[in-house]
Ligand binder design. Sequence first.
Ligand code: IPE
Ligand code: IPE
Ligand code: MG
Length: 238
Amino acid sequence: MINNIPKHIAIIMDGNGRWAQAKGKKRTSGHKVGVERAREAVETAVELGVESLTLFAFSSENWNRPKEEVSYLMELFIIALNREVKTLNKHNVKLKFLGDTFAFNQKLQDSIKKAESLTAENSQLRLNIAANYGGRWDIVNAVNGLLADSNHVDKINEDLLASKLSTADLPDLDLLIRTGGETRISNFLIWQAAYAELYFCDTLWPDFDSKELQKAVDEFTRRQRRFGLTGEQVKEPS
Ligand code: IPE
Ligand code: IPE
Ligand code: MG
């Protein structure tokens, strides 16, 4: 069976620091170029007709980086968000942040709120930015949500838990891409990736252009997703 275009793509945008260092520049300059590639990925996703794109921008663990790098990233998020939100809105993109955004400074929280509410009714593409996101946080947060609003429920099931995850209203994750050569999940969408197709490439994020994304999608369309069945069971009837 040939897969169609993935409905939901998630990307671990990795390799900014190494990209910059290889050019003798500061790691932060890699993050700056990384924002441009994120914009390009959004444009490509819209062109391809993808329903949902989730970008990993900052992990729960990234707080432990040098203070200057963390502050640079916070500033970059504010600048990029404020600069891009109008264009995203014009292109009918609905923006949502996944993660514990309350930990961010007030200025960034305000920009996030403004961007989410401005684009709330849009329907062309769901653009989800995972920021201060961790897969374990997501699951614990979902369990706490269940505990808080259902004191009569003494048993949970997969659907109930999934309904409390940050991705609850998004299509199932089809394709998870990681750039930058590492073959690990780094606490990204650990629940949601259960049956996603994984795609790892060596290209560092600042070099991951539209063609690279198209290549990943092309590979996805050629893979056979079996979901536990045999190859014969999932083959299209001839
Ligand atoms: C990913 O690039 C961006 C963030 C984690 C914010 P890195 O900054 O991890 O780049 P490398 O992996 O050190 O090259
Ligand atoms: C994952 O990349 C987080 C983001 C891309 C935002 P990292 O560079 O933080 O992951 P590790 O440390 O190599 O696992
Ligand atoms: Mg990295």
